[in-house]
Design a protein. Structure first.
Length: 260
């Protein structure tokens, strides 16, 4: 059902985004990879996905904090593939600090990358989706789209913003066979979390082991990290025909965190 469709996945050079790229390619979806990293390593990933799943894979290194670079990404993607059927807004960064010490440039970057970029990608993807009469938008939000943790003011504000954007867009597109949902993962062990372990240890003046055991996994009743594969599988499901009645939803995948 997804064979031959095209997906733009922001921040897909590592972590969750890369997992989603693999999973959608497995369904026969052509992929626009995006994100930062070593160019030779990205070229190898691009080739690997293309040959493993027999799909077209292009890489666009747009910095999603820059509106004109996002616009160029969509121009290139639509020129190459004719449409963008699936949009996964995944690029994200984090900075952990008490609110009075949160660097202003970190606040601005987090709002731009974790929130505003999704507004821009959605506004650019929707005309082609409406024309095609089908589309799937999956926003990778966070458990922090539903509740807060101290020292993450910018991240929590941006992710709560994604919740509002998801619901509004879902209502606007409901009659166009375009769904828009947000996945709200708990902690997934990726580069982004590895960085937070050190920062949180510093902010709370505790060891890294304590951060994992008593801060991160204490929030998750299962006491296990969510895996990239679980988030990728859920995304693929949301793109399927079976999920066509799911829209505007904040979907937790957090080991029970939001039940508390
Ligand atoms: P990650 O650091 O492994 O990946 C982030 C990706 O975003 C990378 O490909 C990076 O190059 C890209 N990126 C960063 N800044 C960018 C920019 N300005 N322009 C374009 N690309 C940019 O992190 P991850 O853990 O895989 O996070 C992916 C998403 O999942 C984020 O939105 C994050 O908030 C969300 N999330 C992560 C967790 C977790 O525990 N890891 C939990 C909930 C939600």
């Amino acid at each position: 059902m997804l064979q031959g469709k095209t997906a733009v996945i922001t921040g897909s050079t590592s972590g969750i985004g890369l997992g989603i790229a693999h999973r959608l390619a497995q369904e026969g979806v052509n992929i626009v990879l995006n994100g930062f990293g070593d160019r030779a390593a990205i070229d190898a990933v691009q080739k690997h996905i293309a040959t493993t799943y027999d799909v077209d894979v292009v890489y666009n290194g747009a910095d999603v904090s820059k509106v004109h670079e996002i616009e160029a990404l969509f121009t290139d993607a639509i020129e190459k593939f004719g449409s963008v059927d699936i949009l996964v807004n995944n690029a994200g960064i984090q900075h952990v600090a008490p609110v009075e010490e949160m660097p202003v440039e970190k606040w601005d970057a987090i709002i731009a990358i974790n929130l505003s970029s999704s507004f821009h990608t959605i506004r650019l993807a929707v005309p082609a989706m409406k024309k095609a009469g089908w589309g799937r938008i999956v926003n990778i939000a966070s458990a922090h789209a539903l509740s807060a943790s101290p020292f993450k003011s910018a991240y929590v504000a941006a992710k709560h913003g994604i919740a509002g954007l998801t619901k509004t867009v879902a209502l606007e597109l409901a009659e166009h066979k375009i769904t828009c949902n947000a996945l709200c993962p708990g902690y997934v062990l990726t580069d982004l979390v590895e960085g937070q372990i050190a920062d949180t240890a510093k902010a709370r003046n505790i060891s890294k082991e304590d951060v994992v055991k008593n801060v991160m996994l204490s929030a998750q009743p299962t006491k296990e990290f969510v895996t990239i594969e679980q988030v990728s599988e859920f995304t693929a499901y949301l793109c399927s025909d079976s999920a066509r009645s799911i829209t505007g939803a904040m979907l937790s995948i957090d080991g029970g965190w939001s039940a508390k």
